[in-house]
Design a protein around this ligand. Structure first.
Ligand code: 3HC
Length: 382
């Protein structure tokens, strides 16, 4: 099968990511099926797609007529077998729990046509492990979108140990057809590129709150003042504290104990305060997006430390062969979020020796091994 042969896409999960991916597929002209475990979840996903398409009509990016065609191209399901029975590509976007992903992939494998590609939108998890429960590991691939999927350009295309090259190429080509910026992840490695590079900054952000060194509003105000569309704590709420928590646990179990989620984050999860989706998280979302008071900016917080940590982690991906080049990493980081720049582009302006020194100091101050500068960062000839 080639990308041109894909006509029907099924998305499993109608939540934040699932409904957004379904919308992206509709915008690219595909027939779409969207499935979730309860009717009220698919109904809510469909409403969110309609609301988002209305915004695009308002901005004249889509015509009202085209919107109606797209809404005629989507069907919703609760029954997973019905949803995938004639799919060419299935994209799974269920919660980040490995046992759940495996159950879903077993169901997909038995109900989807033999030629169908089964893709996971997992943020961090092993594609190889997910594929292991199917009879078609060569057709299982990672296709990782970013939130909000309709606006963020990056799609990471992840090759599991047994994923066929034809499957990777087809997925890459499909992401292009969806008007996205695909980046190949050559080695199935925890957090792939974007989330792996951001993960150690989450350690620091967690520790700063845990140790009372700053509060979230002060840091977010500072980051917004220097041009970020959203501060890092607001972004955690936006994506979901449950996603941050499960991600940190996964990193902690498989990469380093340094990633163990902080107590305050666990407290939020236990209290059901998951961020935007529940109306309260780090901030109050009950009246819409939180208003960050820029006058509270912590002026002595130097954002270069976040850049240093990111660049250092990015050098590990080069050392491990996860992504082919510094240029591809920059492309991924500039397209996945709101910053618009890649770590190596920023590093060249700041100087590798300065960044390595920052990482050394942070590792000592916080006792976090993950912050220690790599040999590649110290050499700096990237
Ligand atoms: N559909 C259509 N339009 C939308 C939309 C949607 N779902 N969401 C926002 N918009 C539009 C708004 O209507 C607005 O349009 P306007 O400019 O014409 O008024 C425009 O986008 C900008 O929105 P806002 O004015 O509300 O706010 P911002 O300028 O802050 O933009 C944002 C919102 C695009 C979300 C921006 O804050 C941003 O880029 N944030 C960072 C997002 C990010 O980093 N995402 C990656 C997260 S990590 C991840 O996803 C990994 C995964 O594994 C968990």
């Amino acid at each position: 099968m080639k990308a041109e042969d894909v006509k029907k896409i099924t998305v499993i999960g109608a939540g934040d990511m699932g409904h957004g991916i379904a919308e992206v597929a509709l915008l690219a002209g595909y027939r779409v099926a969207m499935q979730d475990v309860e009717q009220r979840f698919v109904d809510r996903g469909l409403t969110r797609i309609k609301e988002s398409l209305d915004k695009l009509v308002e901005k004249q990016k889509v015509t009202a007529e085209n919107k109606n065609v797209m809404l005629g191209n989507i069907k919703t399901f609760v029954d997973i077998a019905e949803a995938v029975k004639d799919a060419d590509l299935v994209i799974e976007a269920v919660p980040e729990i490995m046992g759940l992903k495996k159950k879903v992939f077993q169901a997909l494998d038995s109900a989807a046509p033999k030629h169908a590609i089964l893709a996971s939108n997992t943020s961090n998890m092993s594609i190889t492990e997910i594929a292991s429960v199917t009879e078609r590991p060569e057709h299982v691939v990672g296709m990782h979108f970013f939130n909000p999927a309709v606006l963020m350009k990056l799609v990471e295309v992840i090759k599991g140990d047994k994923t066929g090259e034809a499957t990777v190429q087809l997925t890459y080509d499909l992401a292009l057809k969806m008007n996205k910026v695909p980046v190949r992840i050559e080695k199935d490695s925890i957090g792939f590129a974007y989330n792996r590079i951001n993960a150690p900054t989450q350690i620091l952000l967690g520790l700063m709150v845990e140790r009372g060194m700053a509060n979230p509003e002060e840091i977010d105000a500072k980051m917004k003042k220097i041009g970020m569309p959203m501060g890092p704590y607001e972004l955690m709420d936006y994506v979901g504290l449950d996603v941050a928590y499960h991600g940190a646990r996964y990193f902690s179990d498989r990469l380093s104990r340094d990633y163990e989620p902080p107590g305050w984050l666990k407290g939020k999860i236990d209290a059901g305060e998951l961020g935007k989706k529940t109306g309260r998280g780090i901030f109050d979302w009950s009246k819409g997006r939180p208003e960050i008071d820029l006058s509270k900016a912590k002026e002595d917080f130097d954002p270069t430390i976040l850049i240093a940590i990111q660049v250092n982690e990015a050098t590990k991906l080069l050392e491990e062969g996860v992504v082919k080049s510094a240029g591809e990493i920059d492309k991924a980081m500039a397209s996945g979020g709101g910053s618009g720049f890649g770590p190596f582009q920023m590093a060249r302006g700041i100087g590798y020796d300065r960044l390595a020194k920052i990482c050394e100091d942070l590792a000592r101050e916080f006792g976090v091994k993950v912050f220690e500068p790599t040999e590649t960062l110290k050499k700096g000839n990237i």
